[in-house]
Design a binder for this molecule. Structure first.
Ligand code: NAP
Length: 350
């Protein structure tokens, strides 16, 4: 197969490219600013690269290049997106929504199948067990990112209704490899864990029984490669791993001697203004972007995904969390070394 992967240099995209090339497919990676593909294990992925921008008509390619691409491609895996939080709404709309529309145009012109990489969090802030078939429940969204991914899924559904063969894959929170915790870069949940474990923010508004789902990047990529090879037209698949409650987060952080453990306070009584100066700055600029995730009580059904060949390895939430933290500590991202005896004595003597 000739497969075009957008966002090919990203965490998920590069891992998908690695698997598809390993399985003998010809991969064309659409790259943007970063122009090398590095798999999650740090290895370079060799693939044909095309530089483009999904926000532009024809993905920013000149007409002959686009026509050539459309003539060759059998399948598009659309993984390009703005994935960090806190940007202006227009940025998410341009890349995640209009970018998806441009990719759909190419898929239609090429007569290619599309695997659209969405997010389980298109469900927004609604609580409960979220089905893969669910999309519009008049939910409130936690941020512009979620809203944009929802709007992109609507576009994909419309194109599917008009005859395009599509599959939507919705990962939850993507973390390091399921068995080893190894991850190429520390973003999203790792930033939250860093701020909490270093005591930069000591109180957060949330519930002990709120939960997030963590999925290894290996599982997400394996599921996408499985759909690429075996098709799952018309389906939406939750690429999820294990559910981790805020109680698990507290309990697991407490197992690490050098880590601080946050206090949870009732959301209704939380006031950022009452936080001490530096803590308030960390809250306002960083942790507040994730605020609603400390309150949500969501789990994700993955019946359709489980019907594919790629079986999710059963993992338990706290174990998965320990694994990713252990790796982040080994890599030097989390955890200050404990003071030696001399430093500890000097502290006491002060
Ligand atoms: N990571 C997660 O926790 C998570 C969870 C659920 C769903 N997802 C979804 O999974 C997909 C991949 O996520 P990821 O974690 O791999 O994200 P990532 O590491 O941030 O990669 C995103 C890729 O998109 C590219 N991109 C951004 N703007 C572009 C543009 N205008 N034109 C072309 N390419 C552009 C980026 O290229 P440059 O960096 O070179 O600009 C980057 O390679 C996304 O659709 C995301 O919504 C991710």
């Amino acid at each position: 197969m000739n497969v075009l992967v957008t966002g090919a240099a990203g965490l998920v995209g590069a891992e998908v490219c690695a698997r598809l090339t390993r399985n003998g497919h010809h991969v064309i990676g659409l790259v943007h600013r970063v122009r090398t593909l590095t798999a999650n294990n740090g290895r370079h992925v060799r693939a044909e690269l095309v530089t483009g921008d999904v926000t532009l008509p024809r993905l920013g390619l000149d007409e002959p290049s686009r026509r050539l691409l459309a003539a060759r491609v059998d399948l598009i895996v659309h993984s390009a997106a703005i994935t960090d939080f806190g940007r202006p709404r227009e940025t998410y709309e341009a890349v995640n929504v209009a970018g998806t529309a441009n990719v759909l145009d190419l898929a239609t012109e090429a007569g290619a199948r599309l695997i659209h990489v969405s997010t389980a969090y298109v469900c927004g802030e609604q609580d409960g067990h979220i089905l893969e078939t669910a999309l519009d429940a008049r939910q409130r969204f936690g941020n512009h990112y979620e809203r944009s991914k929802f709007d992109a899924e609507l576009l994909v559904r419309k194109a599917a209704a008009e005859g395009l063969a599509t599959t939507v894959v919705r990962p939850s929170v993507v973390v390091g490899a399921t068995r080893t915790g190894v991850v190429r870069e520390f973003k999203n949940i790792y930033v939250v864990l860093k701020l909490l474990s270093e005591g930069r923010v000591t109180a957060i508004p949330g519930h002990f029984d709120a939960c997030v789902d963590l999925v290894g990047v290996d599982h997400v990529a394996a599921l996408i490669a499985d759909v690429a090879e075996n098709r799952a037209d018309g389906l939406t698949l939750h690429a999820v791993g294990s559910s981790v409650s805020m109680r698990h987060v507290s309990d697991v952080l407490a197992e690490y001697p050098s880590f601080r453990v946050p206090r949870y306070v009732a959301p209704a009584t939380f006031s950022p203004a009452a936080l001490p100066g530096v803590e308030r700055a960390y809250w306002d600029r960083m942790l507040s972007l994730y605020e609603s995730y400390f309150r949500r009580r969501q789990t994700f059904d993955d019946t359709a995904a489980a019907g594919l060949r790629t079986n999710r390895r059963a993992t338990n939430g706290p174990d998965q969390l320990r694994k990713i933290i252990d790796y982040a500590v080994r890599a030097g991202y989390l955890g200050a070394p404990l003071p030696g005896v001399d430093e500890a004595l000097a502290e006491v003597g002060r």
